[in-house]
Design a protein around this ligand. Sequence first.
Ligand code: ADP
Ligand code: MG
Length: 568
Amino acid sequence: MTHLVNDPKKFAADVLAGFVRAHADRVMAVHGGAVRATETPQGEVAVVLGGGSGHYPAFAGWIGEGMAHGAVCGNIFASPSASQAASVARAAHAGGGVLFGFGNYAGDVLQFSRAVEMLAEEGIEARILTVTDDIASADTHAERRGIAGDLPVFKIAGAAAAQGWSLDEVERVTRHANDRTFTIGVAMSGCTLPGADAPLFTVPEGSLAIGLGIHGEPGLSEVPLGTAQEVADDLVDRLLAAFPDEAGDRVAILVNGLGATTYEEQFVVFARVADRFEAEGFTLVEPEVGEHVTSLDMAGLSVTAMLLDDELEPLWRAPVDTPAFRRGSLGSTTSAPPRRGPLPQQAGAERTAGAEPSQRAAAVALARLDDVVDALKENEAELGKLDAVAGDGDHGQGMVLGAVGAADRGHEAAAAGVGLGTLLREVGEAWAESAGGTSGALWGAALVAAGERLGDTDAPGAADVAEAVSAAVGAMKDLGKAELGDKTLMDAAVPFAEALAERVGAGEDLATAWSAAAARATEAAEATAQLQAKKGRAKTHGDHSVGHADPGATSFALVCRTVADKEG
Ligand code: ADP
Ligand code: MG
């Protein structure tokens, strides 16, 4: 349970504000996260980490010399938006390019990839590096999700950057580190999102869930809870089996507590892990025991092994000085880097007024958006539960945060007299930013695409609306690359767009056509219960999801119905 909470929806922001206050000599807040408060040498590669919040010290706790230059901080367990990632990267950039590092989750991949494109347009070269260490999540290394291996992999990236390596070289060695990093975790209890009254999943008393994620994704199998030694043996056996043939004989070991497992238990487990690795002929190099990548109040721990070689070992041992992770000495304290000056303000976009018919259409759209906010709030808990079956339980929260942020921005824009196209574009940007997560990125892109199709001049007719919906769904497809049948929101969105276009094409009025299309979307969303998830977070737990409808498809249909109720 997370006990000390103000507004649960602002919990991540409150955490960041306190963190920045506590470490004001080292870090400063920027839009979307935090960066070093000290100067970075000109030309040094900026390592920008990120992902959802709820994992402290990952990721902001690792901002400092020898490790990260900035961290993007999304909502609890939700990926940050592309514009947040770009904002932090801009502030961290010192002329040497940017390496974004994050765990391999669909939402993060979408958002950080988009940030790379945004930065390229401004002349900043950025790359993405996904950590894929969780051996329980997939057989192929590249498809695994990222968990506690973040620590050693990002340590390597930060050390290489600090030594003045080029962006190509920092990226190469970090990929190499990731290829040689393996983690397996166990949980004894689930974690509870701030403000929620029940954990995202539970582990039966006396059992141990193996292969859990760090977002409250359930474990892959449950076994009876043994002694610390038995648990350690099981984890080490699984790691050894996952190692490549050329494992070498030197290893960085991390025993990582997930948030509610005592350091004492972690040390007991570590001792056995160390014995076992030494018995296998390994030398342990600067091992770490403690909380590094947490999952709110989850009880459990993981064991990570990074197989060292001549290139990785000096980087692993190199000094680092961050709020949460320190090692060695960076030289005399008198040569501490100078504080950087205040950051330049990022200019807000100018708004131009739309033509009157388009302004009126914008007012109608905004009223519908307000209804959508209410409907999502009513269904927030239900959508969260659906997402907890095989995902991370945050879909209800993400949709509400997205819609609320979108509506707030929409009202500002409408007050400035914008037309429908600009309204939808702004609303889409705000949705992606406020929601984070995979669905936030997709809804944001969809609304922006619809806005671009509709423009700021004319009141749209039924055919324009149908085309804008097709453009919106097309943008979701381009970004998410999901196929029909993958059990995603596309399974509701595509039938919706097709039905709307067909009926409008056959001459039906917009209200009738929209209602019928919303009914199609609802049936299609319900039918996703039969499918197995193939995309997004839920794919790791594909078969858990059979029998339950996809959360994103369910909320898509809900939004369509809510808009239909008021249509006409
Ligand atoms: P996250 O998975 O980042 O936690 P949410 O929980 O808000 O994001 O949304 C989950 C939903 O996103 C899924 O139920 C699914 O409908 C949708 N989704 C996931 N990946 C994709 C994708 N590649 N394309 C389309 N929709 C997707
Ligand atoms: Mg989710």
